[in-house]
Design a protein around this ligand. Structure first.
Ligand SMILES: NCC(=O)CCC(=O)O
Ligand SMILES: [Mg+2]
Length: 330
């Protein structure tokens, strides 16, 4: 017999839906997602965010219902972000330490409405500074590392005290994970976890988020003095190794899709949960592509999210979490 047929027919595994389902190496589940929620001042309000079509800011009295709806879909955790009123933003971000600020009120509201969902809060000063940077700045406009870390420690404690389950330093200061861990232990907050934004890149994909939290136009200069250079991969592994050594329970890579090589490398190198943040610009690209008729929205959502799983992500922070959980229908 002549070998006039392919020795191996890969297509046999693709013939029928049941076969494809049986052989799938990765799949999406609602428990893969963390839903970011934006909080605004006021009462009884939903404020649609123009730059993030389909995403809104919610007042504290309405945030609990959003978390409840997410939990009902099987989403295990929400990430809360405040749009601090302009009058409360300052050079030194004092409002970040107010135990009754928007974020603390929102944490309590979510916990009241839905005790079973996890609450993650961002530790960084950009929603509270008048200059839009994640930390305190010197007279030349450079972000001060150790002075900022001291404020971040207090901010993390205030959030943990309000009930945050996971504090997520997103500032990229050196040494802040160790300082926050030590302070949490000292305060008896031994179960408050730290998800370190370990490899956060200085990215062009954050634009719509700055609208969402009201810091667009405030930023003086850029964040390249503390966030990572998109040119670098090895440096990301060093950042992750440091955050692990300092006591991070889980790490994050951000943005998401353009940095899947980093997610995959972190997964290969380390044995701890690694999350990816599909950021606002990625969300906007999908929404705009779908609105322009370039591609089918639901398919884009599911394919991009599945790509994170394939790369090795434990979970994904995504503004599409609710849509995706509905689409999966698990
Ligand atoms: N610390 C949280 C973010 O910076 C989010 C960025 C985005 O969604 O563009
Ligand atoms: Mg670092």
């Amino acid at each position: 017999m002549t070998a006039s047929f392919p020795a191996i027919r890969m297509r046999r595994g693709r013939t029928e839906p049941w076969m494809r389902s049986m052989l799938a190496e990765h799949r999406l589940h609602p428990s893969d997602f963390i839903l970011p929620l934006f909080v605004c001042a006021g009462q009884g309000c939903e404020e649609p965010i123009a730059a993030l079509q389909g995403v809104s800011r919610w007042t504290v009295d309405r945030i609990g219902a959003q978390a409840k709806a997410a939990a009902a879909l099987g989403i295990p955790c929400v990430a809360l972000f405040p749009n601090t009123p302009a009058g409360l933003r300052s050079e030194r971000a004092e409002e970040a330490l107010n135990p009754d600020n928007l974020i603390c009120q929102a944490v309590r509201a979510v916990k009241d409405a839905c005790p079973d969902i996890g609450v993650l809060t961002d530790v960084a000063l950009d929603p509270y500074t008048a200059h839009g940077h994640d930390g305190l700045v010197d007279e030349r406009g450079r972000v001060l590392n150790d002075e900022t870390t001291a404020v971040l420690v207090s901010q993390a404690l205030v959030q943990a005290e309000a009930g945050a389950d996971i504090v997520a330093p997103s500032d990229m200061m050196d040494g802040r994970v160790a300082a926050i861990r030590a302070a949490l232990e000292g305060a008896g907050k031994i179960d408050t976890a730290i998800m370190a934004y370990a490899a956060k890149y200085a990215s062009a994909f954050y634009g719509p988020f700055r609208d969402a939290v009201g810091s667009r136009g405030l930023l003086k200069g850029d964040k390249r003095g503390y966030q990572m250079d998109p040119a670098n991969a090895g440096e990301a592994l060093r950042e992750v190794a440091l955050d692990i050594a300092e006591g991070a329970d889980m790490v994050m890579v951000k943005p998401g899709l353009p940095y899947l090589d980093i997610v995959a490398a972190v997964r290969r190198e380390f044995r701890l949960p690694v999350f990816a943040y599909q950021v606002s610009g990625e969300y906007a690209m999908i929404e705009h592509a779908a609105a322009a008729g370039a591609a089918e929205r639901d398919a884009l959502i599911l394919e991009t999210l599945l790509a994170f799983k394939r790369a090795g992500a434990t979970g994904i922070l995504t503004y599409h979490a609710v849509d995706a959980a509905r689409l999966i229908g698990a």
